[in-house]
Design a protein around this ligand. Structure first.
Ligand SMILES: [Zn+2]
Length: 235
């Protein structure tokens, strides 16, 4: 089974880009968690570098990814520029590869299809001829593809208007997630991991119907199930 790491840029004291009332670290987290949930429906192991508003050093971030040994690491970012005119999505891939650029192209195409302008796909090298961005330079090798997505400019009012909407962030996550699914040819999970437990709860009379395991449970429902369980234990 394949492995994908979702790397959520910035966090904690590191806000990332700021503009038009948006803070990059927050949008990254929302989109990243949505991509995580999207990919969790597929037959692939998904990791994530952060699930909360916490700061990660570059070393800690790289260590999290490299110890997970993913086939693909996708870093989620949103952009800023000195000029408020700069807008659109960018995808950065490793310079010395012959496959990452296909994923980069697919991601940018998908993001373009939801209305965010396609700015560019690019690679960047430092003076030593290595990849400029540490999340590519220190992650990418022949076993691990590494991509950085910049989903639009918080400093551009039109991009920011889109990025402020939760619905748009969901579309962005789906655009990125579906490109990954196609690129890695992922298959949907057969059945659900909770099916067995749900069946048992129903058989034991703790619940009347099987539920969607992704749905939240209210305190009322939780108390009812525990109460039925206690009744059974006391029988
Ligand atoms: Zn960033």
């Amino acid at each position: 089974m394949g492995k994908i790491m979702i790397d959520i840029g910035h966090g904690g004291s590191d806000s990332g880009a700021i503009g038009n009332g948006l803070i990059e670290k927050d949008i990254n987290l929302k989109v990243g968690l949505m991509i995580y949930n999207y990919l969790s429906r597929y037959d692939v192991e998904v990791g994530i570098t952060r699930r909360a508003d916490i700061a990660l050093s570059n070393d800690a971030r790289v260590e999290l990814v490299n110890s997970f040994q993913p086939d693909l690491c996708v870093s989620i970012h949103h952009n800023a520029a000195a000029s408020a005119e700069a807008r659109g999505a960018e995808v950065i891939h490793a310079h010395y590869d012959n496959y990452d650029d296909k994923l980069a192209t697919a991601i940018l195409e998908n993001i373009g299809n939801i209305g965010m302008p396609k700015r560019r796909i690019f690679t960047r090298l430092n003076s030593r001829g290595d990849d400029w961005y540490f999340m590519i330079r220190r992650i990418w090798d022949n076993n691990t593809a590494a991509i950085i997505v910049e989903g639009g400019f918080v400093t551009n009012s039109k991009d920011a208007e889109m990025l402020k909407k939760e619905d748009f962030l969901m579309l962005e996550a789906t655009a990125i997630g579906s490109a990954i699914v196609e690129y890695l040819d992922l298959k949907p999970k057969v059945g659900n991991w909770w099916d067995g437990s749900m069946e048992r709860m129903k058989t034991e009379g703790l619940i009347q119907n099987k539920h969607n395991g992704n749905e939240p449970v209210s305190w009322g429902e939780f108390a009812t199930v525990i109460s039925r369980l206690l009744d059974k234990l006391q029988q």
